[in-house]
Design a protein around this ligand. Sequence first.
Ligand code: FES
Ligand SMILES: [Fe+2]
Length: 405
Amino acid sequence: MLNQNHQLQLLLDSYQEHLSLPADFYQNLALYETDLDAVFYQSWIYAGHLSQIKEPGQFFTLEFGDESIIVAKAKDNKVRAFANVCRHRGSKVCLEKQGKVSSFVCPYHAWSYELDGRLKSKRAMGPDFEREKYGLKELASSVFHGLIFINLDKDAPDLEQAFSDLSSALSVYDIARTKVAKQQTFHVEANWKLAIENFMECYHCGPAHAEYAISHALQSPKDYEALRPAMLDEAKEVGYHVESVDKSNPSNPDAIQHFYNRSALYPNYVTGSRSGKPVAPLLGDIKEFGGGAADVQFGPVTYAIFYADHIVLYRFLPQSVQGTDMEIIWLVNENAEEDKDYDLEELTWLWTVTTEADKNIILNNQKGVNSKFYEPGPLSEMESFITVFTKWYLSRVQNHLNLIY
Ligand code: FES
Ligand SMILES: [Fe+2]
C-alpha cells in the first residue's frame, strides 16, 4: 500500500502545468480507484429530476464505479437515496433503471424493504433476528431547484448552501417546473478525465462540431467577446441574471465547484437548434427568446447548457478505468407535450450529433494516449478550463492521499 501510494505520489508530481496529463492518469488502475474514492464517492452528483419520482414508490437507479444507487420517493413524499445492496448477502436489490413499486424485493432470497429503506420481510431468520438493524443503507441526497443530487459521503457538506450563489442565476428557468423529455447514455471507452476535458474546452468546437459552431459564439474567443456586451444588455432586458459566477476554486480540495456564465448565440439563433428557431415552449418565467445561453457547472461531474426553451444536462460517470458513461438529459417545460409543443428529434438533434462526434474524438484521444509514443502536449489558451479542473482534481487526490498515508 505504501509503495502504491508512493507510486501515485510520483504520478501526481509528474503533472506539468500547461501540458496535457501523462498517460498514466488515464490508464493506472490504482489511480482510477483513488479517483473513485477522492472524487466520485465524495461529491454531489446529479441523480435525476424530481418529476421522475412524483409519486410514492417511483424510483430510478444510477451506477458508477463499483456503486449502484436507488433514488426513490417514500410514502411520506420524501426523496431518499439508498445503496443498492441487500443487507442479507449483498445482492443488488433493484435491477431496473426505473419503475414504481410498493416495496423493494431482493431477487436472491426475497428480503423486502419499505420505500423508506426499513427491512419489511425476511424469511426463516429465527425469533431473535433484529429486523431493525438491516435496513438499506441511506445516502445523502438533496434537491436543488428540482434537481436531485446524491452524495456517498455521509459527512457531505450542505448542497443548498454550497450552490446558493447559483440560485438567483437559475431562478428564471424554474427548473423545478421542467420534466425530462429524454435521457440518453453515450458510453465511451475512455477514462472519465478525457471525457470531461473534452467537455471543458471549445478549442475543438470549430473543427469538430460544425452544428454547434454555427450557432454558438463560444466556439470563437473573438466572436464571444465581440457579441458579449450586446448579448448581456439583451439578457438583462429579457430578465436573465447576467453576472457570472465562478467558483471553480482550483486550489481548494473541499470546494464544491460551480459556475454560471452566459454567452451569445449567433444572429438568427434563439436557441441550440438545427434551424435556429425555438424547439420547445419557453421555460419558467422567461418572457421572450434572446439573451444567449448559459453554461453551468454543478460540482465536478455535472454540467448544463441553459437555453430559453430547454436545458441540456451532462453527467459523466466512470464505469471502468477506460470506460465512461456520458449521460445527457433534456429538460423541457413541464407543461410541454411531445409532438404538440416539441418534436423530440428536433429538440435533441444538436447535442446528439455533438455528443456522437465527441464520443469518437474522446475514443481516438484515448487510443493515442495508450500509444507508447504519446507524451503530454501543450495546451492552448482556449483550453484554460482544463487546467482549472486538473488543478482542483490534483488538489483533491493529493488531499485524499495525505489522509490515508
Ligand atoms: S442477498 Fe438479498 S435476500 Fe439474500
Ligand atoms: Fe465536443
